[in-house]
Design a protein around this ligand. Structure first.
Ligand SMILES: O=C(O)c1cccc(C(=O)CC[C@H]2O[C@@H](n3cnc4c(=O)[nH]cnc43)[C@H](O)[C@@H]2O)c1
Length: 216
């Protein structure tokens, strides 16, 4: 194959993988693999994929919840930072992150390509924000938790369950990482009837041509 980047894309489940592959027109530079759901499974599967191939960039792609007023259903969010929002300790004075506890960092900075990608997605006519994306092991299901997260992370636009796992694996191999999410639901009180998974999968697919243009 010609010189060019080899890019590993981790998607939680098959429906997301199929949408991403359609958007990328099965371009051979992109290797799309299932990460499973949740940060632990995603970290393990990303590590396995990275031991089996040689990659220049890792991307976590899938659907996500959007903070109301920051990322609408059907829009895209490109992470400038990938944040483990529930990694730390609860205290009577509030949440203490890993950083505060002195055990490491809860934030992994995204590749410098994140900004150019968000700009190019917007130029392609897609609604796209550049903002931190939170990783949580538990999907937020109450207004109180949504409010608390929104206050702890005033710039965050989305939450999902795999980004920090994928990013931790990529970081341990010294490979830059991106997270790109399409919003399927608003973060807040659980309401499965309001999830718009089809709309989010369409947005993931629509991002493909811009990824080809900017990253290859
Ligand atoms: O029925 C539920 O309440 C429920 C509980 C846990 C998981 C789900 C899923 O449908 C899978 C979550 C899957 O999609 C991503 N995702 C999408 N929206 C959100 C969200 O608001 N918060 C966190 N994750 C979300 C996530 O990355 C998983 O891969 C349903």
């Amino acid at each position: 194959m010609d010189a060019g980047p080899n890019i590993l894309i981790m998607t939680p489940v098959t429906a997301e993988m199929d949408a991403v592959c359609r958007g990328l027109q099965n371009n051979p530079r992109f290797h799309v693999t299932e990460a499973g759901v949740g940060p632990a499974e995603a970290a393990v599967r990303t590590t396995l994929a990275l031991t089996r191939g040689s990659f220049d960039l890792v991307i976590c792609m899938g659907i996500a919840g959007g903070f109301p007023g920051r990322a609408a259903v059907g829009s895209l969010v490109v992470a400038d930072a990938i944040v483990a929002a529930d990694l730390g300790a609860e205290t009577p004075d509030g949440f203490s992150s890993l950083d505060t506890l002195g055990f490491g960092s809860s934030t992994i900075e995204a590749s410098g390509q994140a900004s150019a990608l968000a700009t190019a997605l917007a130029q392609a006519g897609l609604a796209a924000a550049l903002a931190p994306i939170l990783t949580l092991s538990t999907v937020t299901g109450t207004a109180a938790t949504a409010q608390a997260l929104s206050e702890r992370f005033p710039r965050a636009a989305a939450e999902a369950m795999e980004g920090f796992g994928v990013a931790t694996a990529a970081q341990s191999f010294g490979i830059p990482v991106l997270e790109i999410r399409a919003i399927s639901n608003a973060i807040g009180p659980r309401d499965r009837s309001a999830w718009r998974i089809g709309e989010a999968l369409q947005a993931l697919e629509a991002a493909g041509p811009t990824l080809l243009e900017v990253l290859v």
